[in-house]
Write a protein that binds this ligand. Structure first.
Ligand code: ADP
Ligand code: F6P
Length: 324
């Protein structure tokens, strides 16, 4: 028989992402509507091990849907990577009467959630990362806001780049994944998009490209460079030396992680938060919620972690054609 859940714990883990607050609000309020108690676990698994646990009610999540970051704070915990740490975490959940936990984070956080599930605490993971690098889902909480922030920043760089007829290399976040770079590359009309999934490190090809586009009348050359490739400043120096065209590098950085979430992030995060509580009420555990092919789905954590995905080849090829 499915375990009856009376008290839900909620935590955010790994890098923060805009929309996490909307998900927290949805978890808290859906749980309360279902007659459950809710405890906020602050600072991710690290806070769990430190028993940094607070009672939450409807007012605890007032006025947060529009705010970036996470009101529960977030952290990375080395101790929770050990089986002793995981035993201690499950024991602390029991001590506080927490029978179900919603974990909002990326793949690393889902591994942590799986360890709690294996120790008898029902867990549901929600995909929270600006990087979009979670294989079981087409959508992650925060990506839409981050990619819009990066797009607006690149538009600004483009203005000055055109005025000075320069080449600009703009580095966006994404850890080893190129989704932010690819989406911005298309949205900003970049001449080149460098992503780990496709870049062959042939810098001469980029240099030739810059020269040809200049001859064809282009007034700027925008290169969107993914964090996983990096070296934007070094690349700018080498390109300027080889082409004779003034070249500047801009690293957008953590600006991409903050700010008020877009409508899409608020709505999807709210829906996923609500689904997580529904799943816990149905007795589900060790599941990750995703959004795939236009539908909300959920998968066993191990199954989700074993999945792989790649950037869309059509989008990548199209970006190259549209930048002629
Ligand atoms: P993300 O969740 O964004 O992928 P991390 O990979 O930094 O971010 O993971 C966040 C936290 O999840 C880690 O600091 C750790 O507490 C926990 N975690 C990651 N991997 C594991 C694991 N294999 N076992 C248990 N906990 C893990
Ligand atoms: O995973 C989100 C992310 O912003 C990545 O894009 C980036 O590589 C990393 O986190 C940066 O982490 P930190 O905030 O620890 O510098």
């Amino acid at each position: 028989m499915a375990k009856e859940i009376k008290t839900i714990g909620i935590l955010t883990s790994g890098g923060d992402a805009p929309g996490m607050n909307a998900a927290i609000r949805a978890v808290v309020r859906t749980a309360l509507v279902n007659g459950l108690n809710v405890k906020g676990i602050r600072r991710g698994f690290s806070g769990l091990l430190e028993e940094d646990i607070i009672d939450m009610d409807g007012r605890s999540v007032s006025d947060i849907i529009q705010r970036g970051g996470t009101v529960l704070y977030t952290a990375r915990s080395k101790e929770f990577m050990t089986s002793e740490g995981q035993d201690k975490g499950a024991e602390i959940c029991r001590k506080h009467g927490i029978d179900g936990v919603v974990v909002i984070g990326g793949d690393g956080s889902f591994q942590g959630a799986g360890k709690l599930a294996a120790r008898g605490i029902n867990t549901i993971g929600l995909p929270g990362t600006i990087d979009l690098d979670i294989a079981c889902t087409d959508y992650t909480i925060g990506f839409d806001t981050a990619v819009n922030t990066a797009m607006e920043a690149i538009d600004k760089v483009r203005d000055t780049s055109t005025s000075h007829e320069r080449c600009s290399i703009i580095e966006v976040m994404g850890r080893n994944a190129g989704y932010i770079a690819l989406w911005c590359g298309i949205a900003n009309g970049a001449e080149d998009i460098l992503i780990t999934e496709r870049y062959d490190h042939n810098e001469q090809h980029i240099i030739d490209n810059i020269i040809h586009r200049k001859q064809a009348g282009k007034k700027h050359h925008i290169i969107v460079n993914a964090e996983g490739i990096g070296d934007s400043y070094g690349m700018a120096k080498r390109i300027e030396a080889a082409t004779g065209i003034e070249t500047r590098a801009t690293i957008i950085g953590h600006i991409q992680r903050g700010g008020s979430p877009t409508c899409m992030d608020r709505v999807y995060a709210s829906t996923m938060g609500s689904i997580a509580v529904d799943l816990l009420c149905q007795g589900a555990t060790n599941r990750v919620v995703g959004y795939r092919n236009g539908q909300y789905v959920n998968y066993d954590i191990e199954e989700a972690l074993a999945m792989t995905k790649d950037v869309d080849q059509y989008m990548y090829d199209m970006a190259q054609k549209l930048s002629q």
